[in-house]
Design a binder for this molecule. Sequence first.
Ligand SMILES: [Zn+2]
Ligand SMILES: [Zn+2]
Length: 352
Amino acid sequence: MTNAKGYAAHSAESPLESYAFERRELRGDDVAIDILYCGVCHSDLHFARDDWGMAAYPVVPGHEIVGRVTAVGAEVSHYQEGDLVGVGCMVDSCRHCQACDDGLEQYCAEGFTMTYGSEDRHDGTLTQGGYSDKVVVSERFVLRMPEGIDLKSAAPLLCAGITTYSPLKHYGVKPGHKVGVIGMGGLGHMGVKLAKALGAEVTLFTRSQGKVDEARSNGADHVVVSTDDDQMAAVAETFDFMLDTVPNQHDLNPYLQSLKYDGTHILVGQLQPLEPAVMGANLIFRRRVLAGSLIGGIPETQEVLDFCAEKGITCDVEMIDIQDINQAWERMQKGDVRYRFVIDMASLKDAD
Ligand SMILES: [Zn+2]
Ligand SMILES: [Zn+2]
């Protein structure tokens, strides 16, 4: 075992605080990584606050990890010491079901092992995430950071990036398509950039008039203020796809009505019951599809990293020290971040 240092929550109410723990000895297929940067995802907060009723404590959150390989197990063939690598939301899966064979480990029939808060499939210990100085991960779940990519702003591609890229790719978004992106947080602003890079005409839906200029500067071709009935009426039956990144309950009906016939509304944020109720007529009368999508598989995560490096796409980030994490979570809850906090893990060296 190796001594590790991180920041953990010990209950749903307690703030994150400095925490000493251990990382496992390398298994044959393991890669040991010194963490350089870790993005701060809304899921970190939801999990630690037990908003989803699945928390396990203590939890070291963080699943947008970028670091440098320090050692590899005997059977590792793809990575060596010194490589710059990433780890996203998954660190293991059953590796033999249809989904795993298809490289869609996020849909593993036995459930994938989350980067934090899951039971390790081999030794039963609790997995711990990237708000820490090091991590040990099986090479199958390690990504290669492309040459020349800005590591700080690439970290959020490992969750926010792949979560929006995967459905856009799956549904074949391409030039000629009109895509609506709902919400402009960490996910939404990546959705705009990626849909644009895939050639689509992109409209950002925001509740606030104040975000209109900001959305344009992020590359949206058009902006619709969703609380303005006239603006919503003007875009009825317009879109091929709606990428819905809003994590809270909201009325889908006006957005469904904004889709053309055969249009697809894709949920990537909201896990709760769909309320207010979805009108069947909004689907049936135009053969519209209501769909969901969860992060993306490991091969596709490598693809989005390479795609973003090639296209020069990065996430807009605000760097913080680990000591500022509780304040960052408070700000994130208020939507006061443009658009992702990323922890500079060098700051952990100064932590108690
Ligand atoms: Zn995430
Ligand atoms: Zn599986």
